[in-house]
Design a protein around this ligand. Sequence first.
Ligand code: URP
Ligand code: ZN
Ligand code: ZN
Length: 462
Amino acid sequence: MRTVIRNGRIVTAVDDYNADILIEDGRVAMIAKSIDFEADKVIDAKGRLVIPGGIDPHTHMELPFGGTFASDTFETGTRAAAHGGTTTIIDFAVQGKGESLNQALDNWHAKAEGKTSVDYGFHLICTDLPDERLPELKSLINQGVSSFKLFMAYPGVFLVDDGTIYNAMRVAGDAGGLICMHAENGVIINQIIKHALAEGKTAPKYHALTRPTLAEAEGVHRAIAIAEMADSPVYIVHLSCDDALQEVTRARDKGIPAYAETCPQYLFLDYSVYEKPDFEGAKWVMTPPIREKHNQDKLWRGLQYNDLQVISTDHCPFCFKDQKQLGRDDFTKIPNGGPGVEHRMSLVYNGGVVGGRISVNRFVEITSTNAAKIFGLFPRKGTIAVGSDADIVIFDPNEEQTISAKSHHMNVDYSCYEGVTVRGVTKTVLSRGELVIEEGNYVGKAGHGQFLKRGLFNSPRG
Ligand code: URP
Ligand code: ZN
Ligand code: ZN
């Protein structure tokens, strides 16, 4: 099968030029000013950007949480991801208490195998890591699961203590793996929550008001300090606020290998979402919570100056109509998480490139290339180069779309961005050379996506 993409403007993290692309056997075979070979399929990309498929390294399809499950399956979630120009997700497998890491991984393989429209990898959330289980980290790294998430939050559910974090960082770091940290001081947060509930504060907004930015900053500071003592890199997930960012910046200025991602919800939404009447604020109950508006400019600055390297989504949808209602009388029972996998690329293009905050190259770097490097997928993924997988998005930089639950493809009954109009639309998507989206229509198939055996952690520039 030969496909040629003609007349496009190819943009990678470093390049920006007009050329044609020949795809053979799922890979980029040639890039040239003009390619006139016979092809089975010719795609005209005139007036459009031709960019590497997006990589979302933080999703939770079917995550069990608070007595329910995230509402997107691997099938619905990866279809929605493809619609939005994301051709790789890295989802979080979860270790149950007492379970081996290998068993947890097998469970997640069973959920995803044969279901996805685009390629996928796994991180592993470790909840139970006694010393005798530490060698399993190395075994997982050898199976292509080279990153692990640990929680400083949710005592009794996900939280692991500092000694465990230190040991995991030492062992994983030594083997070329990476610890991803949910950095919030959950022990203090639980005390603040206890006091709030005792005062009858049960509405959704108290989810935000009981999780101060200082609790996140303290977690980030501690995570980086433990990583420094363990002589390992660390990656802070879903960083939400300036206080936490300052900790990352301070560490990076000292040359410590600390990396961090933020998410569109922290760049484009603010605390006022929680003040909506009729329990509507529950739609944005996610952790960390949406912060005060002044944090947004600081996060953009972090992206501009490379103190933040990645934008992921933390996609973890729960339906408003039934699932979010579990916490109607008590915000602590609202399942934590929100939908986002579909609109990351357009939101970031609109807010970043159209908004004049970042270059189009930086847009590619933070939505694709850096995640590929950090999570051991580069240069197979994250760029357009001869030999790379032909995960390619043809993106119209001028077309506008209005985001709505009525038209989105995620399996959830609301949008965090209902009615927001953005410029920049994913038109056509190829995954390893196969069309998944053609002019906005899904033409892929569940089961096309393959599990990605990832390599070791690689530092993106700096
Ligand atoms: O609220 C969130 N973020 N839910 C997903 C779990 C996590 O902490 O990433
Ligand atoms: Zn988390
Ligand atoms: Zn998450």
